[in-house]
Write a protein that binds this ligand. Structure first.
Ligand SMILES: [Cu+2]
Length: 206
C-alpha cells in the first residue's frame, strides 16, 4: 500500500543538507520504526509530509484527498511537519496554500488514515482517552489532550498553524490530519467539533 510518501530525517541530516526534505515522490515506503524517539543527546526526529490534495476518487492511493473541492480545491498544497522534542513533547505544524481566502478552518490529528469517506479518518487522537465516545467533553476534547491545528487563511488562501503538546503519540495511533469546515468548538457537549470534514492528509506520525 504505497499510500505514504514521506521522509524521516533528523536534525543532523537537515543541518548538513541545508534543506528541508519535502516528500513528493511516489511510492516511497518506510515505517515509523525508523524514527524512534532518541535519547536526550541524539538528534531530534522529524517527519515532513508535503503534498497536494487529490480528488476523492484517488483515496486509496493519494497522500491527501479533498471531500469538498469548493473549500479545499484539488491541487491545493499542504505540508505537515512533526518534531519530537527533547522534553518528551511533540510539535506539529500544518501549512496550506491555495485554500479559500480569509477563512477559518478547523484541523486536528485523527487516529486513522484518510479514506473514500470523510469519516474513515476516525476520531481525534487523544492522549488520555475519553471513556465516552464520541468525545465532546472539554476535559478530554481540548487542545492539550488532542492536537488542534485550526487555520485562518490570508488573502492568498495560505495559512500556518502550530500545536505543541507535552506528550508523544502512541505508536501507530495517529495517522492523519483532517481539515474541517469551521473553527473548533470548545464548549461542553460540542468540544472538539468543527463541522464537516473537508479534506484529509495521511501522516505517519511517530
Ligand atoms: Cu477533526
Amino acid at each position: 500500500m504505497p499510500r505514504h510518501k514521506f521522509t524521516v530525517m533528523n536534525k543532523g541530516v537537515l543541518l548538513s543538507a541545508g534543506v528541508l526534505a519535502v516528500a513528493t515522490g511516489a511510492g516511497l515506503m518506510a515505517t515509523a520504526g525508523a524514527a524512534e524517539p532518541q535519547e536526550a543527546k541524539g538528534p531530534v526526529p522529524k517527519i515532513v509530509v508535503g503534498t497536494v490534495f487529490a480528488p476523492v476518487s484517488l483515496a486509496p492511493y493519494a497522500q491527501a484527498v479533498t471531500y469538498n473541492t469548493d473549500l479545499v480545491p484539488v491541487a491545493a498544497r499542504v505540508q505537515v511537519k512533526e518534531e519530537l522534542r527533547r522534553s518528551g513533547g511533540t510539535r506539529i505544524e500544518l501549512r496550506v496554500r491555495d485554500l479559500d481566502e480569509n477563512r477559518v478552518y478547523g484541523a486536528h490529528v485523527h487516529t486513522k488514515p484518510c479514506g473514500k469517506l470523510p469519516a474513515d479518518a476516525g476520531p481525534h487522537y487523544q492522549n488520555e482517552l475519553d471513556p465516552v465516545q464520541p468525545s465532546v467533553d472539554p476535559d478530554f476534547a481540548n487542545p492539550h489532550n488532542e492536537v488542534w491545528l485550526d487555520l485562518t487563511t490570508n488573502k492568498d488562501g495560505s495559512a500556518r498553524s502550530i500545536a505543541t503538546v507535552d506528550w508523544r503519540f502512541r505508536e501507530g495511533g495517529a495517522r492523519s490530519v483532517v481539515i474541517h469546515e469551521m473553527a473548533t468548538s470548545t464548549h461542553e457537549g460540542h468540544a472538539g467539533t468543527a463541522g464537516a470534514r473537508l479534506a484529509c492528509v495521511n501522516v505517519p506520525f511517530m
